[in-house]
Design a protein around this ligand. Structure first.
Ligand code: ADP
Ligand code: MG
Length: 543
């Protein structure tokens, strides 16, 4: 259905046109007429289907700004991010409708600024339940003129524990009002609200679920927990999204991963529930404006937030509540565009894949990890495109002169290109391709050997000193160091036999706690407790 068939005013149609909407989505086509008529509506449709306009347009259409500005429309959302997003969207719709004032209120933001905004008067309030209630209690918000209430993402609000706050707010609103409720799911708790607070509502349920998820290509990779970070980095290389969201289940993982991904040269930012509200808003704005390419986040950012041109969603962790999977992957493939979602699943979580397929009514592609050669090939492709682009650019004359000079000095242009490309691409990927990371310096643990060092308790030696000295000397992991016994004047350490020579060489050249040490092998068997006779005569410890 075209927007022009929906009897909206010229002002709104003009704004809609500017936003590039031509067809109304099903939930819009079905909700707009009854809302215009003043009916109560329950709108049930998946995320990304255009619910904001489904209530926003008809409510704005009917809004007549009062001489003394007083809130006439109240929209409640579960999170601050959503409140801000809904306000922004409504402002765009109202661009050509004179004098509509929208104020957003939410927790985590200093209340004084909000009070000042509210004193200036508002026609529409968008906010989170807790803070709205706070303002009602302080009498900084009065709803005696309220005409319409919207509960956006009602199921989520209940999940977040806003039931009481919502019910208390509802008590304070005039009974003569229109109540609209939007939700992706309709659990019983929501039906209770509609029964108690809506008046003969029209229930609109659209089957847009398939549409949203069908535009997302879903892929899973099975990986061991310990390899997830490495795999994620490789997949980022392979898919090369311009913009992606990476979802983790814990704040700590978000922090850890942000650092790691950033250290690989990606432009990243992160969001989780422990961050101050101003910070979260700032980060979100930066991400939406494409000032950062990759957002690493917990589910705080999953629900309802709309981002233009998001190519990919990575589920670094499978969400604990599988329902969130749909919300997460719904961030990409919005409004008719296609997107990819990549989920890392550990072998133990394999069973979840079927559940996710049932939930999304789609098949999920179980893929093998691309080989390092595939990743390399993608990198080369990318590089070739870059070089082609550069060839077309105006290359400064200084560069040309430099090349001439190098060639004059006898450098052949092919060698020169090879050297430059090697420098740009970096040696690391070739090294990686030769030896898988997990095998790197991990001992076989088949044969171990005990070495003795001539430092002990008297020298203030603790196990940590020995472990770090050996690890540093040889590059083996602390995990590969076996039993450690520290005596008064000497210590014994069990180490993988294959590294003994290297370890001894390094230890004999270095110091531990600034003691110059003598280290030697005493046994080539797996003995944590060497027998006295195992020692070479000259070094036999005094008993
Ligand atoms: P929901 O609340 O159902 O999750 P939103 O209202 O956030 O969905 O809308 C999702 C995206 O679709 C937004 O970017 C919005 O601008 C866009 N959109 C909404 N309606 C239309 C339409 N009729 N045509 C094109 N894009 C639309
Ligand atoms: Mg929404």
């Amino acid at each position: 259905m075209k927007f022009s068939e929906l009897n909206l005013s010229f002002e709104l149609n003009r704004a809609i046109e500017e936003l590039g909407y031509t067809e109304a989505t099903p939930v819009q086509a079905q909700c707009i007429p009854p809302v215009l008529e003043g009916r109560d509506v329950i709108g049930q449709s998946q995320t990304g289907t255009g619910k904001t306009a489904a209530f926003g347009l008809p409510l704005l259409e009917k809004l007549v700004v009062l001489d003394k500005r007083t809130p006439q429309i109240l929209i409640m959302t579960p999170t601050r991010e959503l409140a801000l997003q809904v306000s922004q969207e409504l402002r765009k719709f109202a661009k050509y409708k004179e004098g509509v004032k929208i104020v957003t209120v939410y927790g985590g933001d200093p209340i004084t600024g909000q009070i000042r905004d509210l004193k200036g008067g508002a026609d529409i309030i968008v906010g989170t339940p807790g803070r709205i209630q706070d303002h009602i209690d302080r009498r900084t918000l009065k709803f005696h003129q309220l005409k319409a209430l919207v509960l956006d993402e009602a199921d989520e609000m209940l999940k977040m524990g806003f039931k009481e706050a919502i019910e208390q707010i509802l008590q304070d609103l005039p009974e003569e009002r229109q109540t609209l409720l939007f939700s992706a799911t309709m659990p019983k708790a929501i039906l209770d609200i509609t029964n108690n607070y809506q008046n003969n509502p029209v229930h609109i349920k659209t089957k847009q679920k398939e549409m949203t998820v069908n535009s997302v290509e879903q892929v899973v990779y099975e990986v061991n927990q310990g390899e997830k970070v490495k795999v994620l980095v490789q997949l980022m290389e392979y898919y090369r999204p311009e913009s992606s969201m990476i979802f983790c289940n814990t704040k700590k993982m978000v922090d850890d991963l942000s650092g790691l991904i950033a250290s690989k040269g990606y432009s990243t930012a992160s969001i989780h529930g422990d961050m101050k509200q101003e910070m979260r808003s700032l980060v979100m704005a930066k991400f939406k404006d494409k000032k950062v390419q990759h957002l690493i986040c917990t589910d705080v950012a999953a629900r309802g937030i709309d981002i233009d041109g998001l190519d990919m969603v990575f589920n670094f962790d499978v969400p604990q509540e599988t329902e969130y999977y749909v919300h997460r992957i719904g961030r990409t493939g919005r409004a008719g565009k296609s997107g990819i979602s990549v989920t890392l699943v550990t072998p133990r979580q394999r069973y979840v894949i079927n559940e996710l397929e049932r939930l999304t009514k789609a098949t999920i592609d179980r893929k093998e990890m691309p080989s390092l050669n595939d990743i390399q090939a993608v990198r080369f492709d990318h590089m070739t495109t870059d070089i082609m682009k550069t060839l077309k650019a105006d290359i400064p004359v200084e560069i040309k002169t430099l090349v001439e000079k190098l060639v004059d000095q006898g450098l052949n242009p092919i060698q020169l290109s090879e050297a430059l490309l090697y420098k740009v691409i970096g040696a690391d990927i070739f090294v990686e391709a030769q030896k898988p990371i997990e095998k790197q310096r991990r001992a076989q643990r088949i044969n171990s050997s005990t070495i003795e060092l001539d430092v002990g308790l008297k020298h203030g030696i603790a196990a940590a000193h020995l472990v770090s000295a050996i690890a540093e000397a040889s590059g083996i992991s602390g995990k590969d160091i076996g039993k450690i016994r520290i005596q008064d004047r000497y210590s014994h350490v069990e180490v993988p036999q294959e590294f003994v020579k290297e370890i001894l060489d390094a230890l004999n050249q270095g110091t531990i706690k600034s003691y110059k040490v003598k280290a030697f092998e005493i046994s080539a068997r797996n003995t944590a407790k060497p027998k006295h006779k195992d020692y070479p005569k000259t070094f036999r410890p005094k008993r």
